[in-house]
Ligand binder design. Structure first.
Ligand code: TYD
Length: 209
């Protein structure tokens, strides 16, 4: 049996890593082999790219930024994700193509379609089985982030209208493919969010059998 590729998406500070960890625990308890990973930075090469794209001190041209994320993704999918799915594992990943469409395509205004095409080329067209979009108003998300860790990275520090565009792009992607996406109101308390995510993932597992 081939595995599954499940992605968590959403803006900065919406709780993706917390919920990925909880989902991974749930899947492991069901006896599944789970691989938790993320972009950017799911490989050694990717960690180097992550350092550049998030912490480079000078200006980074938006097209260069888009290509850095795409390079990270190409290597990550080819060397980590695709092999794991082919071994029958469940890959649970923080961020994928919709992040590039949202941040570079829409936030940086490079064009959603072109950026999606770039990532599809980079990944030889790998489409997730399920995308879980955690939705929180960017103002609330920023309050959470500054309360939790103070310093923001290059993308997190962008203006409010940038983050509003990013949020809109995730919702648009989800609306275009309701069969493969679930949008969850992640401003609620974490247990309620986790339960909704678990139910949808369990539904996917049931349909696989
Ligand atoms: P993330 O790892 O979620 O941040 P953190 O671990 O600091 O919470 O993502 C890093 C940043 O990269 C985030 O601001 C979104 C951005 N990003 C893009 O702009 N394009 C992309 O394709 C991806 C994957 C992330």
């Amino acid at each position: 049996m081939t595995g599954l590729f499940i992605v968590l998406e959403g803006g900065d500070g919406v709780g993706k890593s917390t919920h990925a960890a909880r989902l991974a625990e749930h899947l492991a308890a069901r006896g599944e082999t789970v691989l938790r990973t993320r972009e950017p930075g799911g490989t050694e090469l990717g960690l180097e790219i992550r350092g550049i794209v998030l912490h480079h001190r000078g200006h980074v041209d938006p097209r260069a930024e888009a290509l850095l994320y795409a390079a990270d993704r190409a290597h990550h999918i080819a060397t980590v994700v695709r092999p794991a799915v082919e071994r029958g594992e469940i890959v649970l990943q923080d961020r994928y193509i919709d992040s590039s469409v949202a941040y570079q395509g829409t936030g940086r205004e490079l064009g959603a379609d072109e950026i999606r095409e770039l990532s599809l080329w980079a990944t030889r067209g790998l489409v997730p089985d399920l995308v879980l979009v955690l939705d929180v108003d960017p103002g609330t998300a920023r309050e959470r982030m500054t309360a939790e860790r103070g310093a923001l990275d290059r993308l997190e520090a962008e203006a409010r209208d940038f983050h509003d565009r990013v949020r809109g792009a995730f919702l648009e992607a989800a609306a275009a493919h309701p069969d493969r996406y679930l949008v969850v109101d992640a401003s609620r308390e974490p247990d309620a969010v986790a339960a909704e995510l678990r139910d949808r993932v369990d539904e996917l597992l049931a349909s696989r059998r």
